[in-house]
Design a protein around this ligand. Structure first.
Ligand code: ATP
Ligand code: MG
Ligand code: MG
Length: 554
């Protein structure tokens, strides 16, 4: 097995192990907030955490960070589980921060008793004014020295729903002069009167991220808690909260940060992706143009391709933008191995082979996938009338055009050599038929001299009489800008590509008559395509996953 060099996160773990931390105590978690569907950025975090679990044979929890009922829903919980499973990972425990509400509350009461928390009854504006700036210390709230009894009474009544949202908060009493603004008496609880998908209306106060996260890690005995760089400044607070509850006999979680992964020509923010759905720029969270795991799945991406992508980009200490063509490369590589080759014509023009007998048909052998170890074959029908791609024919063309032109020859894949003799046009000058003759002895694989004759250019085709008409959805990038949400002055929606979807009617060979949702094929010379979930008894819908080569303009 090839030995990969360690990334900086693995170095941190290795160092802990060298210093005596037991491998038995290693434990990780992936902590999504169920306020949207997972996207390709999350895939990095999933592959990091679950990858470490596999590497060290350590448990990895799937923890829903469900502390804000205003944005969270069961639908998102279900989608997240489906996506992590589909990527091929198994969590040790399915956990919910909301399951820890009683523990957090009990600790908050202890904080108050120890003089480490107080109820502040000012408005958020007033509190903001007292915060100070990084160089100017903040000023104390007039409620900072409330008595323990008053604080306990108020917190309980906040919890029970006696007060309106915004009228009180519980704050940790830390240091209004700290150089880290997050340490200036951060809010632990706020009042929210909302139904929660798990705790219903039991709670009228909800813990802030900083208060809930480290303590959840501690309760689960997570040893290493990895989050993205924007939480680096939060680490001091994470540690402060842990200091208050930590028992020396237990594992003390360690927060470390890595860079968010951004992908070019798209956005990775659940909030903004939700906007695309709500404002109908896309059809749903799983629209094949979305950078969500479910969108990529529907587009035809495989779990392996996404995991390879995450492994290839690795993890970094600095934010950067990964070109989407790398993701496309990963799926192309994977599908090249897995996808059966078939013939489809997406912009058809009819070819009539004038010397092929009317009413005759023959079924020719076609290779399923040259990448297979043991070659398998299927039959494709050939007859007098076939479709080829309109762009594969020109009346006149120079020597570099290796497709069909008047007087020229090409091979039809798996079939015969044909020669274009003439063409028929309608009143607008559009070609409606190409009349060809075929070389009777040139059948592929027949072993005749004519079958080995070299002609420049091989075309894909389908027999008109046997073809199945299908809908094909062709996609372009969803945004015209490499980093649509990096512009200070311009909203990301301004960069939406109005032509990101192009629906065409095409024809496929009859072997595809009974395809099922999710099946993937290489349409020869055209790209990789997969069967969309909109497919029904009487209509087949394909999504284009990716082209055969990187054809995007750089
Ligand atoms: P979003 O802004 O899209 O809502 P988030 O960080 O708020 O992202 P969470 O549900 O909290 O979303 O994320 C779960 C985990 O995935 C966190 O540990 C988070 O740091 C990580 N994560 C989220 N986005 C990315 C990304 N683009 N690259 C790497 N890790 C990410
Ligand atoms: Mg978050
Ligand atoms: Mg978020």
């Amino acid at each position: 097995e090839e030995k990969k060099s360690l990334n900086f996160i693995e170095h941190i773990i290795e160092e802990d192990l060298r210093n005596g931390f037991s491998t038995d105590h290693l434990r990780f978690r992936f902590p999504p907030e169920p306020n949207g569907y997972l996207h390709i950025g999350h895939a990095s975090s999933i592959c990091l955490n679950f990858g470490l679990g596999l590497k060290y044979d350590a448990p990895v929890n799937l923890r829903f960070d469900d502390t804000n009922p205003e944005k969270e829903e069961q639908e998102y919980v279900d989608a997240i589980k489906r996506d992590v499973e589909w990527l091929g990972f198994k969590w040790a425990h399915e956990c919910y921060a909301s399951d820890y509400f009683p523990d957090l509350y009990k600790w908050a009461v202890e904080f108050i008793k120890a003089g480490k928390a107080y109820v502040d009854s000012q408005s958020s504006d007033e509190m903001a004014k007292q915060k100070g700036t990084p160089t100017v210390p903040g000023t104390d709230s007039p409620f900072r020295n409330r008595s323990v009894d008053e604080n306990l009474d108020l917190l309980e009544r906040m919890k029970n729903g006696e007060f309106e949202a915004g009228s009180h908060v519980l704050r940790a009493k830390i240091d209004m002069a700290s150089s880290n603004m997050l340490m200036r008496d951060p809010i632990m609880y706020r009042i929210i009167h909302k139904y929660h998908h798990r705790t219903a209306n039991n709670w009228c106060i909800y813990p802030m991220y900083d208060w809930a996260h480290g303590e959840s890690d501690y309760l689960e005995q997570v040893s290493h808690s990895f989050c993205t760089l924007e939480f680096a400044m939060h680490r001091e607070l994470y540690d402060w909260f842990l200091d208050q509850v930590y028992d020396i006999e237990k594992v003390r979680p360690k927060q470390r940060e890595f860079a968010r992964r951004n992908l070019s020509h798209t956005i990775v923010s659940k909030r903004k992706l939700l906007k695309l759905v709500q404002e109908k720029f896309v059809t749903a969270w799983d629209d094949p143009r979305m950078p969500t795991i479910s969108g990529l799945r529907r587009r035809g991406y495989t779990p392996d391709s996404i995991r390879n992508f995450a492994d290839t980009i690795g993890i970094a200490k600095r934010d950067n933008l990964i070109d989407v063509s790398l993701l496309e490369y990963c799926v192309r590589e994977d599908l090249n191995k897995k996808a059966a080759r078939v013939m489809a014509v997406l912009d058809p023009v009819k070819v009539i082979i004038t010397n092929y007998p009317e009413g005759q048909e023959e079924w020719l052998d076609a290779e399923n996938n040259p990448e297979e170890e043991v070659m398998t074959y299927r039959k494709v029908p050939f007859s007098r009338e076939i479709y080829i791609e309109r762009e594969d024919f020109r009346e006149e063309a120079n020597r570099k055009f290796f497709r069909l032109k008047l007087g020229g020859e090409v091979r039809l894949k798996n079939a015969y050599i044909i020669k274009a003799e003439s063409c028929v046009k309608d009143a607008d000058g559009t070609i409606t038929e190409i009349h060809c003759t075929y070389d009777v002895d040139s059948k592929s694989g027949s072993g005749t001299e004519a079958s080995m004759r070299k002609v420049k250019g091989t075309l894909h085709w389908v027999s008109v009489a046997h073809a199945e008409q299908v809908e094909v959805r062709l996609y372009d990038r969803l945004f015209n800008d490499a980093a649509p949400d990096s512009h200070k002055e311009v909203d990301f929606l301004e960069f939406i590509n109005p032509d990101s979807l192009n629906v065409v009617k095409g024809f496929v060979e009859p072997s595809l008559k009974n395809v099922k949702e999710g099946e993937t094929f290489q349409f020869q010379r055209l790209g990789y395509f997969c069967v969309d979930k909109d497919t029904s008894e009487n209509s087949i819908v394909f999504n284009k996953t990716v082209s055969l080569r990187d054809t995007w303009a750089k």
